[in-house]
Design a protein around this ligand. Structure first.
Ligand SMILES: Nc1ncnc2c1ncn2[C@@H]1O[C@H](COP(=O)(O)OP(=O)(O)OP(=O)(O)O)[C@@H](O)[C@H]1O
Ligand SMILES: [Mg+2]
Length: 231
């Protein structure tokens, strides 16, 4: 039996807000197998982005067990979580989180350099070409369109070589043709590298192209939380 890529058991997340505590995740169970693509759908505000943050180790669960890439994230400190993220997850955020003072090429190369790659710039250039941005290597995020920034974020996640790729609406800012190219690229990387892909999308047709679709409603997963008995 192989270790699951992601395993969440009864995960709760409560965050303080000015109106009092908000129970954002309310008992989430989720299993993702290595090499599996999971599409996550659900209404706006249901907790999808928050769920990704917990899987990525960017938010600590208030309660429950979170195991990702064989590591329990419970009780890890900030430094340990940062190291965990660097080595295990490629994250494509809903808002791109690019570093504004760095060019597209540098943004993609940074995580590679952190991991000690000597050919970080070459790999970064190659990934940017694969998302159709070979002509934008030296542009700063402020000089790129929304869709181009999104593609830089995607190139950066792919360049990290992580076994788990987490993507929050990766095609939300792209036209249909570019979006389709990006999705194909994500699925290709999954096939070639055995990467697990966790994809949040409002596009049910896209979620259905994943190996499995899970539905989030009001801080819980109401369907598709675990692989079927047949798989
Ligand atoms: N840091 C925070 N503090 C308090 N409440 C928060 C915080 N982050 C998110 N929330 C609330 O948690 C709920 C879930 O937010 P989340 O961003 O996970 O939704 P989502 O499913 O990704 O929505 P969308 O489809 O619009 O992106 C929302 O009601 C949001 O207002
Ligand atoms: Mg969201």
């Amino acid at each position: 039996m192989t270790t699951d890529a992601v395993s969440l058991r009864n995960v709760h997340l409560t965050l303080p807000s000015r109106a009092g505590n908000v129970d954002i995740l309310r008992g989430v169970d989720l299993t993702v197998r290595p090499g599996e693509a999971l599409g996550i759908v659900g209404p706006s505000g249901s907790g999808k982005t928050t769920l990704l943050m917990v899987i990525a180790g960017l938010e600590q669960a208030s309660r429950g067990e979170v195991t990702v890439a064989g590591q329990s994230l419970t009780g890890k400190g900030e430094d340990e979580l940062a190291a965990f993220r660097r080595d295990n997850v490629g994250i494509i955020f809903q808002s791109f989180h690019l570093i504004p003072t760095m060019t597209a090429l540098e943004n993609v190369a940074v995580p590679l350099e952190f991991r000690g790659a000597s050919d970080a710039l070459e790999i970064a250039a190659d990934r940017l070409k694969r998302v159709g941005l070979g002509h934008r290597l030296d542009h700063y995020p402020g000089q790129l369109s929304g869709g181009e920034q999104q593609r830089v974020a995607i190139a950066r996640a792919l360049a990290s070589g992580a076994k788990i790729i987490i993507a929050d609406e990766p095609t939300g800012n792209l036209d249909h043709v570019t979006g389709e190219q990006i999705i194909k690229l994500l699925f290709d990387v999954k096939e070639q590298n055995g990467t697990s892909l966790i994809l949040v999308t409002h596009d049910r047709a896209l979620a259905q192209r994943c190996d499995r679709m899970a539905e989030v409603l009001d801080g819980k997963i109401v369907s598709g939380a675990h692989p079927g008995a047949s798989s």
